[in-house]
Design a protein around this ligand. Structure first.
Ligand code: ZN
Length: 265
């Protein structure tokens, strides 16, 4: 269920030596891909807030540490983070929130920060860094921490007008650019580098935040191979049962070149 697969884009599992942990934010795809060029053997893990403690994230990190010879973890939280905004407004009593989102994300920050700036610049990076250190235990793994600033990225001027997409997938070594190309080809509608939120591994709280708090209507469950397709279907059904996907346009995507392989055409 939580095994981390290697990519279908030619990266052998034996070469994976890095984990990149960041936020699902739709402005970070390009920069996370760039970090990946430097480390073309990195598995990406992303959720709301670069939250290491979220249960699915934690399981995926543990599983990657078992499966691969990880030498380096790059932790990339960011400023102007919607998830941190949600934490701030929930804990200052401005907003009520789903109980699951509260326990998976919000709760850990209770009483830890002065204001949102403090939360994003100091508390969240430090907290996630410490959790990672606990998770790696005695392993010799170098953790690097950089807090990304979207203000320093070339975010398009019309970004706010983009129709945002939620891209739900497993932790893969693939760059967003390639997965989005596959999904564009399979759905016939562009999946954009700017404005596509990436949740990998799939977790209910991040998906809830994207759909219920950010109002994202287009949801893509992406599988890189046939066996992950069944898992994605299972996850989608579970979310549908809980009503989380109500009002969204949700689809399951398997890249066309994989479909061809499977069906033999
Ligand atoms: Zn964020």
């Amino acid at each position: 269920m939580h095994s981390v697969n290697h990519s279908n884009h030619g990266i052998p599992a034996s070469e994976v030596n890095t984990l990149i942990i960041s936020c699902m934010d739709g402005r970070l795809n390009g920069i996370i891909d760039e970090y990946g060029i430097e480390n073309s053997v990195a598995i990406r893990l992303r959720n709301a807030g670069a939250n290491v403690s979220e249960p699915e994230m934690e399981k995926s990190i543990r599983s990657a540490l078992e499966e691969y010879d990880i030498k380096r973890i790059m932790l990339l939280p960011h400023l102007n983070c919607g998830a941190m905004g949600l934490v701030d407004s929930t804990l200052t009593g401005l907003k009520s929130i789903d109980p699951r989102v509260y326990s998976d994300l919000v709760q850990q920050y209770k009483g830890t920060f002065v204001d949102r700036k403090d939360l994003e610049e100091r508390v969240n990076p430090d907290m996630q860094f410490d959790r990672l250190k606990e998770l790696i235990g005695k392993r010799e793994i170098f953790i690097s921490l950089s807090t990304l600033d979207p203000a320093g990225l070339s975010v398009p001027a019309d970004y706010a007008d983009h129709e945002h997409t939620l891209f739900v997938t497993k932790p893969y070594a693939s760059r967003c650019e390639f997965m989005f190309e596959d999904a564009t080809e399979a759905t016939g509608k562009e999946v954009k580098i700017w404005g596509t939120y990436v949740v990998q591994p799939p977790d209910e709280s991040s998906i809830r935040i994207a759909v219920e708090n950010l109002g994202i209507k287009r949801v893509i469950f992406f599988a890189e191979n046939q066996s992950d397709l069944h898992e994605m279907e299972h996850i989608r059904k579970g979310l549908e049962k809980k009503g989380i996907l109500n009002g969204t346009n949700a689809s399951i995507v398997l890249p066309n070149h994989i479909k061809k392989k499977v069906t033999g055409f």
